[in-house]
Design a binder for this molecule. Structure first.
Ligand SMILES: [Zn+2]
Length: 455
């Protein structure tokens, strides 16, 4: 039995243009046997199935290579690391993985998560226990005292339930990589820098070149991919020189970094959505607002985009990912915003942004040669949209326009199930965001009185 999909427009991911009046045909296993003009398609036989998307734009399922399934839409780092048992995080992550699928994302990479949360979600989906996207999983980040995820004072360290694993030497790092590979990760995530800066303001790389080389070498020896959080110049340079497969952020890449990425074949996932959402959504009264993060993030974003445009011009492959899993990037909500930001802030054409989120992202994913492009031999992971994202890339953020999500040719339907967000995260013991001195209280009472007088 074959399935014939009539497509108003077909965007294969292999070409910048969409074909009008095309057909997508696949076999019972969901493998594509034809993608092209409807008149050239194989003849339909008795028992073959017909799906009518003749009024829609058909394209490969979207891929987000930066969605943290264990984070739970967290408002604080403590919420990510401390308050929920790993078992609850896995169940919660499964629920949220389905939200990502329901948004038209048929695959994601979860690069850095606590325990074995992501790989358990991956395995449960692969075994057929739950409906869900294809998941590429990492374990906890390898980090040092200068790296992301070592948030707490040295006398507390990185607890077992946290997303970071402190490694104090090359030996410890190698043992941790071997442990994670035995557990079944697809990639190793390394926190190549964090928030610590030298007096001149430069972000300090968490690992030396020698340490980075050793970790990437061992990861590759195990047949796995190495991915890095690297915002600063030094961390990006060490990562690229070591042959890191994928570098997240790279906001302070200079010519030397770009040359090293090019030489090593490193790919870059800037992840613009998270900082853009921080800038636009954070309210002044929130802790991030009070700590000046809105302005600082905006400055970094502007510098980052200027540097990233140079990397794009040099031909570094760009991947799309959002850092979904924080309160500013809830699952299933903003994944396709990244494509809009690629167009608006990095100068991508709409077609190039679509190809980044499908064909280029698939090049990084585990078994990526089976997804990302609608061509003979690959799996029919596809989506159908009311309207053309080539004309308006923002329609991909409008779930009302999503008319079908298919995994290996099978239509998936995820119920839009309501839930209580207060029972999901935000268990931190923080209670107030202001300091109620007499002066502050007088100020607040004054503004309330002014409001009342104005009414
Ligand atoms: Zn991240």
């Amino acid at each position: 039995m074959k399935t014939f999909v009539r497509c108003g427009e077909l965007f294969t991911g292999d070409d910048d243009a969409a074909q009008k009046g095309a057909a997508l045909v696949y076999d019972a296993a969901g493998r594509i046997v034809y993608a092209g003009p409807e008149k050239g398609a194989p003849k339909r036989r008795d028992g073959d199935r017909l799906i009518d998307h003749s009024g829609h734009f058909v394209m490969p399922g979207l891929i987000d290579v930066h969605t943290h399934l264990a984070y739970g839409n967290a408002k604080t780092e403590e919420d990510i690391d401390l308050y929920s048992p790993l078992e609850f995080r896995a169940l919660r992550g499964m629920f949220f993985a389905q939200k990502v699928l329901a948004a038209g994302y048929t695959a994601l990479c979860s690069p850095g998560d606590a325990g074995q949360v992501s790989l358990s979600i991956r395995n449960a989906i692969e075994a057929g226990l739950f409906e869900g996207p294809r998941v590429m999983a990492a374990g906890p980040y390898l980090t040092t005292h200068q790296g992301l995820t070592d948030w707490y004072p040295t006398w507390i360290g990185a607890p077992d339930t946290s997303i970071g694993r402190l490694v104090q030497s090359i030996d410890e790092a190698i043992q941790e990589i071997r442990r994670q590979v035995k557990n079944g990760v697809d990639c190793i995530k390394i926190a190549m820098d964090g928030i610590q800066r030298r007096p001149d303001g430069e972000l300090i790389a968490a690992f030396t070149q020698e340490e980075t080389d050793a970790m990437v070498r061992e990861t590759h020896r195990m047949g796995k991919q190495a991915v890095a959080h690297a915002v600063g110049r030094e961390a990006t340079l060490y990562s690229a020189r070591a042959g890191m497969d994928l570098i997240f952020h790279g906001f302070f890449s200079d010519g030397e970094c770009i040359a090293a990425m090019k030489k090593a074949g490193s790919m870059l996932c800037p992840t613009l959505t998270q900082p853009k959402n921080v800038i636009e959504f954070t309210q002044p009264h929130e802790p991030a607002g009070q700590k000046g993060r809105i302005d600082a993030t905006e400055r970094r974003y502007r510098t980052g985009c200027a540097n990233l445009k140079k990397a794009k011009k040099a031909g570094i492959p760009f991947l799309t990912g959002t850092d979904s899993g924080f309160a500013v990037t809830p699952y299933g909500e903003w994944h396709a915003r990244e494509l809009e930001l690629f167009v608006d802030d990095l100068g991508f054409s709409t077609a190039a942004a679509l190809r980044a989120a499908t064909e280029t992202n698939a090049r990084f994913m585990s078994r990526g040669e089976e997804i990302g492009v609608l061509e003979i031999g690959r799996l029919a992971d596809f989506t159908a949209w009311d309207g053309s994202p080539l004309a308006d890339i923002a329609i991909l953020q409008d779930k009302r326009r999503l008319r079908g999500v298919y995994l290996a040719g099978r239509a998936v339907a995820i119920a839009d199930r309501p839930y209580d967000p207060r029972q999901v995260t935000d268990f931190s013991l923080s209670n107030w965001t202001d300091l109620y001195t007499q002066a502050r209280v007088a100020e607040l009472r004054g503004s309330r009185r002014r409001l009342e007088a104005a009414e």
